[in-house]
Design a binder for this molecule. Structure first.
Ligand code: SF4
Length: 404
């Protein structure tokens, strides 16, 4: 059967799609690069907010005009009674949905068919045992299930041998890795760092409450780790953080920031913040806005509060739409100005870049898909590192480089 898989949402979904594709290939199915000509389109969905659900439904409406569609991933997990198959699907579809369900639940199931990019995500755990009040992910993905360190090492070694130049550790929250199995993230990182080869290691999805002195000093000791930390802080006001159910509140955020600055002084810090949470006062918002403007972080993604049914925040009295929109717009403007300032600071510097695709590369300060790119001459082959001097920055913060 000819199958096309389209992935929405976060890198964790990308890994699941790669595992499903690998498994289907080994069972004799053909994986197509385009939906045209497919017997079945599998849509791996995101549903952590209602907007993402709407996006998935819109994709289904468009794709079903090309071929039957089977929805997998977060949408059916969040809405178990919703329809999963659209159009006259082939008879193998039920078996594929069952396989997708096993992959969704079990982070060890399936062999990956990797996408062609020079980076690969390494999903170290599935699920989340934290209970942030705005978040429905633990309801969708379940409690934390860490993978075993040895299996992850074997997978990472294979990825490097296959030519991947960047291994990116992801999970719903990476610092929880091993809490259910008795293993330690520090040990996993140190072991990954001992893999031979020229590759970057990147750690994403750190909860500030999980940034300990031991983790910070381990990060500082790694040769392959890029100077980049992805730590969604969500807010800087203690009151809001406590209402969000963020363990440790503002103290944990400030402590994690000072640990990072002490042990990784040159690292770029990427964060995500949420504005307009129920009960957020002008003063709370100002402390967040001032934090963004003051350059505590180098990359900031801003999200408005979404009231999600099933989350604890659903029962809280929301702020008015106008207030949320105004604060969202202001925080986004501050983040944009920050990015231009930070990116201008890179102009004139000679940096090591990884070529992702013809004409496009990334610095160590940029994770794929969420941060900035560097335009380079088209003839340079993807999957190579190169030295280049940053020559300019455009209005979006993307860079241009000349090859040294
Ligand atoms: S750490 Fe909080 S925001 Fe992140 S997945 Fe877990 S519950 Fe959701």
């Amino acid at each position: 059967m000819k199958v096309f898989i389209l992935t929405l949402g976060c890198p964790k979904n990308i890994v699941d799609s790669e595992r499903l594709a690998g498994q289907l290939l080994s069972e004799g199915h053909e994986i197509l690069p385009e939906p045209e000509g497919a017997d079945l389109i599998i849509l791996n969905t995101c549903a952590f907010i209602s907007e993402a659900e709407e996006e998935a439904k819109n994709y289904i409406k468009r794709l079903v005009k090309i071929a039957p569609v089977a929805a997998i991933g977060c949408l059916p997990a969040r809405r178990p009674r919703a329809r999963r198959v659209y159009g006259p699907a082939p008879r193998e579809t039920d078996a594929i949905l069952a396989l997708a369900g096993r992959i969704f639940r079990d982070p060890d199931e399936g062999t990956r068919l990797l996408d062609p990019y020079p980076y690969a995500y390494l999903k170290v755990a599935e699920g989340c045992s934290r209970r942030c009040s705005f978040c429905v992910i633990p309801l969708i993905r379940g409690r934390l299930r860490s993978r075993r360190k040895d299996d992850l090492l074997e997978e990472a070694r294979a990825l490097v041998e296959l030519g991947k130049k960047e291994i990116i550790l992801v999970a719903q929250e990476t610092t929880q890795f091993g809490r259910d199995t008795g293993e330690r993230l520090e040990d996993l990182l140190a072991a990954l760092d001992r893999i031979e080869g020229d590759f970057w290691l990147r750690l994403m999805y750190i909860h500030p409450g999980g940034m300990t002195r031991s983790l910070a000093s381990t990060l500082a000791s790694l040769d392959h780790l890029v100077p980049y930390i992805h730590m969604p802080v969500q807010h800087l006001s203690d009151r809001v953080l406590r209402a969000m159910g963020r363990a440790g509140g503002e103290r944990a955020v400030r402590r994690s920031l000072s640990l990072i600055r002490k042990y990784l002084p040159d690292a770029f810090l990427r964060t995500e913040v949420m504005v307009g949470f129920p009960g957020e006062t002008d003063e709370d918002f100002r402390s967040l806005a001032d934090g963004i403007a003051s350059g505590l972080f180098q990359r900031v993604a801003v999200f408005p509060f979404y009231r999600e049914r099933g989350s604890r925040a659903w029962a809280m009295k929301p702020l008015s739409r106008e207030t949320i929109s105004e604060r969202y717009a202001e925080a986004q403007n501050l983040a944009r100005a920050l990015h231009i300032r930070v990116q201008k600071g890179l102009v004139g510097k000679e940096l090591r870049l990884l070529v992702d695709e013809p004409g496009l590369a990334r610095t160590v300060y940029d994770a794929p898909e969420v941060d900035f790119s560097v335009r380079i001459p088209k003839g340079l082959a993807p999957g190579n590192f190169l030295k280049a001097r940053i020559s300019s920055v455009d209005g979006e913060g993307d860079l241009e480089a000349v090859i040294s």
